[in-house]
Ligand binder design. Structure first.
Ligand SMILES: [Zn+2]
Length: 174
């Protein structure tokens, strides 16, 4: 049996030992008021920042579009369509791409609902941009990351598995 047990909720937070640019062992120093890993070989500083995510609130005719998560965290729970923002993508572009990939629905951004902070076991912290999106199509198809997808009446919807998504919905309802 391997001595490394797979933890579905996260990888060890800081396992980086060598510089990915020049292979020098990394040093931990106090820099700009924080403990940071730096490379004494090439000078590279390993900044760690929240990871940006785009989340989609799609409500149409009093029905909300949800996906059943196929991946951790909250695997098997229902959530808003969401995903990581890729390099070179604006946050609204990321939201519409994730929406289309996870649910098959094409949409149009109505407005930014808010920016949320979410603690994360795997990434330490996430920075979530939540958009209210008007659907342009309504046929749903679950993508690779989703076990299921569907529109639910707001009055009879399943509990959302992620606390940030519950906050987004509460803020919208105000
Ligand atoms: Zn280096």
């Amino acid at each position: 049996m391997s001595k490394f047990k797979y933890d579905p909720y996260g990888f060890p937070r800081d396992t980086l030992k060598f510089c990915s640019l020049c292979r020098t062992p990394l040093s931990t120093v106090s820099l700009e008021g924080r403990r940071r890993k730096v490379c004494r070989g090439c000078g590279f500083i390993y900044y760690k920042n929240p990871v940006p995510v785009a989340a989609c609130l799609v409500i149409d005719r009093k029905k909300i579009l949800l996906v059943k998560r196929g991946v951790e965290p909250a695997k098997g729970a229902w959530s808003l369509p969401c995903g990581f923002i890729e390099l070179g993508e604006t946050p609204p572009e990321a939201a519409l791409r994730e929406l289309s990939e996870e649910t098959g629905v094409r949409g149009k951004i109505s407005r930014l609902l808010g920016i949320y902070y979410e603690p994360s076991h795997r990434y330490t912290s996430l920075f979530v941009a939540a958009y209210f999106i008007r659907p342009l199509t309504r046929r749903v198809t679950a993508g690779d990351d989703a076990e299921d997808v569907g529109f639910f009446p707001l009055t009879r919807m399943p509990r959302l598995g992620l606390a940030t998504h519950r906050r987004i919905l509460r803020d919208y309802a105000k």
